[in-house]
Write a protein that binds this ligand. Structure first.
Ligand code: ATP
Ligand code: MG
Length: 200
């Protein structure tokens, strides 16, 4: 009985491996990718920072532009911003409902976008993270008609990661890889405040 089950399992895994191997063999091209990490669940920005770590591991350069956010995300900034191969720009003054100053928010967002555009035209930078960029579109601080041309004209091998909830359909259509992270549970709703190393 066991030997029969073992043989069936071996055959299944052999077939599965053949399918996976064929897919790997078929995917041999290299090019810069546009990734969009959206959805209401936790894990968008932290995933982007994981890709920053991977990039640095190959001795490559990364640039991170943090739009909107104010005092949060202190852990990754403390770790990455002093790294010689990282450009780290905090472009936002905080959430709109905290600052309650739309004019100042727009000015900060636009100034950040100008710096991000410089990174998007620099082939020495392998990865550009546009963290919380989707909110600039949602709040109409910046139009996709300005964002998309800069992304499309970037160096061929440069990767771009955009994070934020409610990514625009046009952004999703233009992206190569899109993940919508679903909110299943979050400790915050159980009364736990943002934990260092996990949430910030
Ligand atoms: P992270 O930076 O942890 O990957 P994120 O980028 O997916 O989170 P944001 O909307 O940018 O999510 O919010 C960042 C902060 O808000 C983090 O402290 C995160 O834990 C928290 N957060 C994210 N999603 C939720 C949620 N669904 N409910 C409550 N808090 C959340
Ligand atoms: Mg985030």
């Amino acid at each position: 009985m066991t030997t029969e089950a073992d043989a069936a399992h071996r055959e299944r895994t052999r077939k599965h491996k053949a399918v996976v191997d064929a897919k790997i063999a078929a995917a041999q091209r290299d090019r810069g990718l546009l990734l969009v990490l959206t959805g209401n669940g936790k894990g968008k920005s932290s995933s982007a920072f994981g890709m920053v770590a991977r990039t640095l591991g190959y001795g490559r350069k990364a640039a991170v532009f943090q739009f909107i956010k104010g005092a949060e995300n202190v852990g990754e900034r403390a770790f990455f911003s002093s790294h010689p191969d990282v450009i780290w720009e905090k472009c936002g003054e905080g959430f709109t409902w905290e600052t309650q100053d739309r004019t100042r928010d727009i000015a900060a967002a636009r100034a950040g976008w100008e710096k991000a555009k410089a990174a998007l035209s620099n082939p020495a930078i392998s990865l550009v993270v546009l963290d919380e960029l989707t909110y600039l579109v949602t709040y109409r601080y910046l139009g996709l008609d300005e964002i998309m041309p800069a992304i499309e004209a970037r160096p061929e091998m440069q990767h771009v990661v955009i994070t934020g909830r409610a990514a625009d359909e046009a952004l999703i259509a233009a992206a190569d890889t899109v993940s919508a992270i679903r909110d299943v549970k979050h400790a915050f709703r159980d009364g736990v405040r943002a934990q260092e190393g996990i949430d910030r």
